[in-house]
Ligand binder design. Structure first.
Ligand code: ADP
Ligand code: MG
Length: 245
């Protein structure tokens, strides 16, 4: 069989009205790879990863998931979103559901998994992110770091092929950042394919296979963490790194 990337992004463009937000962006992510995307606020990072599960639509180019164009007629967007899980800056948990119910809802409703099986998987996932003892609580009773770990477990419950993270630690108090990054590192070590928008450069150094720097809707520079942190080529990358490191 021909070698096939997990995700192939080919020359995509997106406009918000007149505003050209993504300009000819391409990327290839292999199975098990971790891509870190960084760049100044407003550069198009969120828009870029939201295109991959079709929370945003593109106007030009194509995105292939295991070789399949995600815009093909036969693609069910809800199904796509189970294959491409997403974790947001603002956890987005269902406030009226317990932690356990947050994690079992989609498997039961969308996948038609039977309840006890869904609960068993949910408890395993909650254990994996270190919060199985919180299963009966409501989101409001948890810290931000705990809520974000529930959000990770909830996405994993659909057994996604890819996980997207959009600044998952930006809304957290400093002492909670590591517990979320550690859950992400575990996931990376287990071989999950991940695209992470983050400015946590320690995380990037440790787990990224590739770091991409975006500015004004284009990928200005990309490379290994080693390249990125020791030998950036572009002035804009250098200026950005100087600011955040
Ligand atoms: P980042 O995540 O890098 O901060 P975004 O992808 O959120 O950047 O936004 C990129 C640009 O697109 C910004 O200028 C932002 O104001 C604009 N933008 C984002 N979402 C929308 C939208 N729904 N409609 C119009 N403009 C948008
Ligand atoms: Mg953003």
């Amino acid at each position: 069989m021909l070698f096939m990337a997990m995700i192939e992004i080919k020359d995509i463009h997106k406009w918000y009205g007149e505003f050209h937000v993504l300009k000819n962006v391409s990327q290839s992510i292999e199975k098990g790879e971790v891509l870190v995307i960084c760049g100044p606020s407003g550069s198009g990072k969120s828009t870029f990863i939201r295109c991959i599960n079709r929370l945003e639509e593109i106007q030009k180019g194509e995105i292939l998931l295991e070789g399949r164009n995600i815009h093909d007629k036969g693609v069910d967007v809800n199904e796509l979103r189970t294959e491409v899980g997403m974790v947001f800056q603002q956890f987005n948990l269902y406030p009226h559901l317990t932690v356990l119910e947050n994690v079992t809802l989609a498997p039961i409703k969308v996948r038609k998994t039977d309840r006890s099986k869904a609960q068993k998987l949910a408890m395993e996932l909650l254990e994996r992110v270190g919060i199985h003892d919180q299963a009966k609580k409501y989101p409001v009773e948890l810290s931000g770091g705990q809520q974000q770990r529930v959000a990770i477990a909830r996405a994993l419950a659909m057994k996604p092929k890819v996980m997207l993270f959009d600044e998952p630690t930006s809304a957290l108090d400093p002492e909670m950042i590591n517990e979320v990054l550690n859950a992400m590192k575990d996931l990376a070590r287990d071989g999950m394919t991940m695209l992470c928008v983050t400015h946590e450069m320690g995380f990037a150094r440790e787990v990224a296979d590739k770091v991409v720097f975006m500015d004004a809707g284009v990928i200005v520079e990309e490379g290994t963490p080693e390249h990125f942190f020791t030998n950036p080529q572009h002035d804009r990358t250098k200026a950005f790194l100087k600011e955040i490191l």
